[in-house]
Design a binder for this molecule. Sequence first.
Ligand code: NDP
Ligand code: OXD
Length: 308
Amino acid sequence: MTFIYKADPVRGAEWAELFAQKAPDVQFRIWPDVGPSEKVRYLAAWLPPDNLAEAFPNLEILFSVGAGIDQFDLSTLPQDLPLVRMIEPGIAEGMTEYVTMAVLALHRDLLPYIDQQRRAVWQEMRLVPSVQRKVGVLGLGMLGQAVLEKLRPFGFPLSGWSRSPRVIDGADIFSGSSELPRFLSGCDILICLLPLTDETRGILNAELFAQLPRGAALVSAGRGGHLHQDDLLAALGSGQLSGAVLDVTDPEPLPGDHPFWLHPKILLTPHIASMTRPETAVDHVLDTIRRHREGLPLIGAVDRMRGY
Ligand code: NDP
Ligand code: OXD
């Protein structure tokens, strides 16, 4: 029984050591060294190979090595093949640190202060108390909920928006497109942690920015495809938005001459908000294999109809 890892080979070597300790009965191989293809039962990939069904006729589970699965073309995957995304505490920990850093940077005017420093300007700005800075999260899944919990002690009025209604302690929750305008009107800092689907592609656009309070700021850490780049530049130019922290772009990396690189109101990071941690990722994968063998529901199984 073979498990194939097809992503960053350095992290793959760490997975190999963990498999050797925790599941010595499984033959762990790193792409492209796949061995006899009929023995392959499990594949963990950032991008799966073409012709998956022909390449591995006995595949039982396809894992995404990340929390997102938009990099997979769902229409080309065998319909009955379970697709399981990465659910492990390292991803949530990294994301909550990143978003907290971004929210505090925007709240405490770090971008204009960096700009002032570059120009040798020593000038204070009025400090806004946290109770007057409303923070809202688009997407209330594993990451959105963890972020709200992490932000709670700072005293920002918190809110969130998702597809289905829910109750979260200490946050006003909105759901569905009908409640989006009311949610947006209460966000001085808007954090996007949605998955990228047909419904969410391009959601961060001029129409959405116009519904935020004037001078609001954006943290985009879901996927680059959520953002309409020209609309962001226009909103920053007009003052409708005051700043943006972007961890994801489309494409990644951006071309060298892209206006985001040197924009004084944009802080850009290279998709590092969080990273799958091998120790806990391997536990998730082995637990999923066990549950699959026992006929139990799989944690992190992707709903093909919803697309996340
Ligand atoms: P989940 O699937 O757990 O949560 C997704 C949330 O988005 C849910 O609350 C869901 O609503 C909501 N949602 C989806 N579609 C819509 C819609 N059309 N309208 C309103 N709400 C919607 O995902 P995670 O929290 O685990 O991850 C979110 C994304 O973060 C990933 O898909 C990935 O793209 C990105 N990511 C980025 C990383 C980085 O390093 N920058 C690292 C890890 C992930 P409902 O609850 O009703 O289903
Ligand atoms: C992920 C990511 O989806 O790294 O986990 O973006």
